[in-house]
Ligand binder design. Structure first.
Ligand code: SF4
Length: 501
C-alpha cells in the first residue's frame, strides 16, 4: 500500500514544511499547470501543450499524492498522467530525451529567425476606411511612396536574414498604387534570393479595386499570393471600406474572381476586419465567405490601435462583445461542417494546432518569444524600420517607441540585436511574464509587448485587465469545452488542422 502524504489542512497560503513535499509516493510530479473549466471539470496542461480534461479536484489529488497507482479506480487516470508526462514513476523521467526533443520542436519556429519582411510600398490609398489610421488619399508619390533607395536597402537587409525561406509582403495604403515599384522590388529580390540560395514568396495585400490583367500576368509569372479583404456582405463591407463614387464590395468580389481565374484559388485569400458593425452580424459574415466559395475565414479580433487605445473599460467591453461574436460565428461554422461544408476558422486552427499536435506554429501574434523581430520586421514607406505592423501603426499616430532603425542608416545587428531589441526581449516570453508564467494556456498563447504598451502603457502588461489575455483565455477555454462536449466537434477541429474532411 502506498504511503499517502496528508495535507496539513492549513488555510493559509504559505508553503508547507519540507517534510510535506518529501513524503514518499510512487510517482513524481512533472511541471504542469491547470485551469478550472465552466463545466465542473479542470484542464491540466504540460510544458509542451498536451492537455487532459479531468474532474474538478483531480489536480488537488495529484499534487497531494492522493492518486493511487495500484487502485483500479485510478488505473486509467494514472496511465494518462504518465503517458502524457504529467507524472513520472522515476525522479527523472526515463524518456527525458523525448521531452527535450518535444520542447525543441515546439520552439523550432525560432530556428531560422526572421522570415516575414513587410514593405509598406506606399501609404497612398483610394479608399477611406473608417478604421484605418494609415491611408493617405493623395497623388503625392514622392512623399508617400517607398523610394527605390529604401527598396534596395530593404532587400539588402532581408537577404541578411539567416532564414532560407523569405516572405516579402507588400502592404499599403493600397499597394497596387505603387505597382511599378512592386515590379522593381520583386525582380530585384528574386535575383538576390537566387544568388543567396534562398526561396522567396511574394504577397501583395490589396483591396483589388485597381487590379488589371497586366498586374495579374505579372503575379502569375512570379507566383505572387494575393491577400485581400472581405468584411462581410456588401452592407458591412461598403460601410467599413468607403470608396468615393464606387462599390468597394463589388470591386473586391470581381477582383477575387479574376485572381482565381488567372492565378488559381489557392493563390487568393481574404481577411476580415472586425468592426463595431461586424459584431452584430456573425452568421451573415460567415455565410458571405461560404457564398464566395472560401473554405476558411479568419475571425480577427478588433485592433486596439485607434478607437480603443488605452481605454481599459472600452477595451474590456469590446473584447467581451468580440468573444460573443466569435462564439456565435464559430457555432455557425461548426454547424456548416456538420452539414457537410468544409470551412475552417483560422484563429481556432492556430490554437488547435498548438493544442493537438507536437508541431510549432509561426503565427506572430501568438508566439512566445513574440513574433516581432524574431519572425517579422516592417520597412515603412519612409525607410523607418519597425518591429511589427502594429508598431508602425502606433508610429502613424505619433508614437515612435518601436522604431528600431532606418533603412540605409542602421545596420542589421543594431536593428535585430540593438538596445531596443534587448529591452523588448525582456517582455517577449510569456514564460517569464507575471500572470502568464502560471497560466495553463501559456503554451498556446503568446506575448505581445506592442499590444501591452498600446493598451496598458507598458510593454509587460497587466493580465487581470488585459484584453489580449481576456480574449485568448475565453477562446481557448471555449475550444476545450467544445471538444469535451462532443467528439464530432473534436473530429472537425482535427480536420481543420490537416485541411481534410
Ligand atoms: S495572456 Fe492570459 S491567457 Fe495568455 S498566457 Fe498570459 S495569462 Fe494565459
Amino acid at each position: 500500500m502506498m504511503n499517502i502524504p496528508q495535507h496539513t489542512g492549513s488555510k493559509n497560503r504559505k508553503f508547507n514544511d519540507y517534510s510535506f513535499y518529501e513524503k514518499s509516493s510512487n510517482y513524481y510530479l512533472l511541471p504542469f499547470k491547470f485551469h478550472r473549466l465552466p463545466i465542473d471539470k479542470e484542464v491540466i496542461v504540460n510544458e509542451f501543450g498536451d492537455f487532459l480534461i479531468v474532474p474538478t479536484g483531480t489536480v488537488a489529488r495529484i499534487v497531494s499524492r492522493e492518486i493511487l497507482t495500484d487502485d483500479p479506480a485510478d488505473v486509467e487516470l494514472v496511465r494518462d498522467l504518465i503517458s502524457n508526462f504529467f507524472i513520472s514513476e522515476t525522479p527523472i523521467p526515463s524518456l527525458l530525451d523525448i521531452l527535450s526533443t518535444r520542447y525543441r520542436t515546439k520552439k523550432s519556429f525560432l530556428d531560422h529567425f526572421t522570415s516575414l519582411h513587410i514593405f509598406v510600398i506606399s501609404l497612398r490609398c483610394e479608399h477611406t476606411c473608417h478604421y484605418c489610421q494609415v491611408s493617405r488619399v493623395t497623388s503625392d508619390k514622392g512623399k508617400y511612396d517607398m523610394s527605390r533607395f529604401h527598396i534596395d536597402k530593404g532587400i539588402e537587409m532581408m537577404m541578411k536574414s539567416p532564414s532560407p525561406h523569405i516572405t516579402m509582403e507588400f502592404q499599403g495604403g493600397e499597394a497596387l498604387l505603387a505597382f511599378e515599384n512592386i515590379v522593381y522590388a520583386v525582380e530585384k529580390a528574386k535575383k538576390a534570393a537566387m544568388q543567396q540560395g534562398k526561396t522567396i514568396t511574394f504577397v501583395i495585400c490589396t483591396n483589388l479595386a485597381l487590379v488589371t490583367d497586366e498586374i495579374l500576368d505579372f503575379c502569375h509569372e512570379y507566383k505572387i499570393l494575393i491577400s485581400t479583404s472581405i468584411d462581410g456582405p456588401a452592407f458591412i463591407h461598403n460601410k467599413n471600406r468607403h470608396k468615393a463614387n464606387a462599390n468597394s464590395y463589388q470591386l473586391a468580389v470581381e477582383g477575387i474572381t479574376n485572381c482565381r481565374n488567372k492565378l488559381g484559388a489557392e493563390h487568393v485569400s481574404a481577411l476580415l476586419t472586425t468592426s463595431a458593425i461586424s459584431l452584430e452580424h456573425p452568421t451573415e459574415i460567415v455565410d458571405e465567405y461560404v457564398k464566395l466559395g472560401f473554405n476558411n475565414i479568419f475571425l480577427r479580433p478588433i485592433s486596439p490601435y485607434g478607437f480603443a487605445l488605452k481605454s481599459e473599460t472600452k477595451n474590456k467591453y469590446e473584447t467581451t462583445r468580440f468573444v460573443e461574436f466569435y462564439k456565435t460565428a464559430l457555432d455557425h461554422i461548426i454547424q456548416l461542417n456538420l452539414d457537410g461544408y468544409f470551412i475552417r476558422e483560422d484563429y481556432a486552427t492556430i490554437l488547435l494546432k498548438k493544442m493537438l499536435t507536437p508541431f510549432p506554429v509561426g503565427y506572430v501574434d501568438l508566439q512566445s518569444p513574440a513574433g516581432m523581430l524574431t519572425n517579422v520586421i516592417v520597412f515603412n514607406y519612409d525607410g523607418d524600420i519597425y518591429v511589427s505592423d502594429e508598431a508602425r501603426m502606433l508610429a502613424e499616430m505619433g508614437d515612435f517607441t518601436f522604431k528600431v532603425g532606418t533603412l540605409g542608416e542602421t545596420g542589421y545587428q543594431d536593428v535585430f540585436y540593438g538596445e531596443k531589441a534587448s529591452v523588448l526581449s525582456e517582455a517577449m516570453a510569456n514564460e517569464s511574464l507575471a500572470g502568464c508564467s502560471e497560466c495553463a494556456y501559456q503554451a498556446y498563447c503568446g506575448a505581445d509587448p506592442v499590444f501591452n504598451y498600446a493598451t496598458q502603457g507598458d510593454i509587460y502588461g497587466y493580465r487581470p485587465s488585459s484584453s489580449f489575455c481576456q480574449r485568448n483565455m475565453s477562446i481557448i477555454t471555449h475550444l476545450i469545452t467544445l471538444m469535451d462536449s462532443n467528439p464530432r466537434i473534436e473530429k472537425i477541429f482535427r480536420s481543420w488542422i490537416t485541411g481534410k474532411n
